[in-house]
Write a protein that binds this ligand. Structure first.
Ligand code: FAD
Length: 253
């Protein structure tokens, strides 16, 4: 059984800017020896300690395992350096240097796709780009679908490796200036024939609108994975509280 709570220490061995607002950080550690071969697409939590005069607390930030190379005991994590200068993880990533160390917990498992439907509908913002990229790389060559991606700038439109029969729609929304632009784009998309499996992760308010939209048009629960990865104007601690309450309300509705 996986021990999610086990703390591992990773060494940063390279850092590359892969787009305007995204860094790829590669970590190596013998502590990864018991990660299984298929952790790519799962997630880990980066652990940050926060010292205050009276206590020492730990804050965590979840990140997708973009690649795990078991033979080298290396993982890649793609981190959005968003424009909120106070983000614990994004500031750490921005300033991190090769040789730095970070503690993690995990791994948490990836969300399975239902491959028995007619096509796939992937929706996300930059925080979900790593997970969507992993999913696309794992699909069979003849699968079909639509991808809608919201990014912070034109130069964040990174090259996506995908099966040929997928169309990509990019939404550019610097600083999320326009509220719910991702949701509005999704609503405007003409669907392919048949039923899709929907995979979506994004900002909290977009997630709520999308979830309601898919419910209204009759998408069955088992054909959708939808999650918020962060919340505008809230840090991850506050986001988690909103998410928990929202889940309770949604299940009651
Ligand atoms: C399962 C899972 C997997 C994830 N995988 C990834 C991943 O691979 N790469 C990745 O970059 N993120 C990923 N995220 C999202 C990431 O954990 C959050 O964005 C996190 O809050 C960033 O932490 P922070 O310390 O930088 O900012 P916080 O301290 O949490 O927040 C500070 C401020 O920054 C804003 N903020 C936080 N995130 C963003 C953002 N993405 N864009 C714009 N503003 C933001 C908040 O609204 C707040 O105002 C994932 C989340 C989950 C739940």
């Amino acid at each position: 059984m996986k021990d999610f709570k086990r703390i591992r220490e990773l060494n940063l061995i390279s850092k590359n800017k892969i787009s305007d607002h995204m860094y790829r950080l590669t970590f190596k550690s013998n502590d990864l020896h018991d990660f299984s071969d298929n952790e790519t697409g799962g997630y880990v939590k980066l652990i940050f300690s926060k010292q205050s005069p009276n206590s020492d607390t730990h804050l965590v930030r979840p990140y997708t395992i973009r690649n795990f190379r078991k033979e080298k005991l290396e993982i890649d994590i793609d981190i959005v350096v968003h424009n909120e200068k106070k983000g614990l993880a994004s500031c750490w990533a921005l300033n991190a240097e090769v040789g730095d160390k970070i503690k993690i917990s995990g791994p948490g498992s990836k969300q399975k796709l239902n491959g028995s439907l007619d096509w796939y509908f992937f929706i996300g913002d930059m925080s979900a780009l790593p997970a969507i990229s992993v999913n696309l790389e794992m699909l069979s060559r003849n699968s079909r679908g639509i991808i809608v991606l919201e990014v912070l700038s034109e130069s964040d439109k990174i090259k996506i490796s995908k099966p040929r029969n997928f169309s990509i729609y990019w939404v550019i929304n610097p600083n999320k200036e326009i509220a719910n632009k991702l949701y509005k784009k999704v609503k405007s998309i003409k669907w392919l024939r048949g039923k899709p499996f929907i995979w979506s992760a994004c900002e909290f308010s977009d997630m709520k609108l999308l979830r309601q939209y898919f419910k209204n048009i009759g998408v069955e629960k088992e054909n959708i994975y939808i999650s918020s990865y962060w919340k505008k104007n809230s840090d991850q601690e506050e986001h988690k509280l909103f998410k928990k309450q929202d889940n309770i309300n949604w299940l009651k509705s």
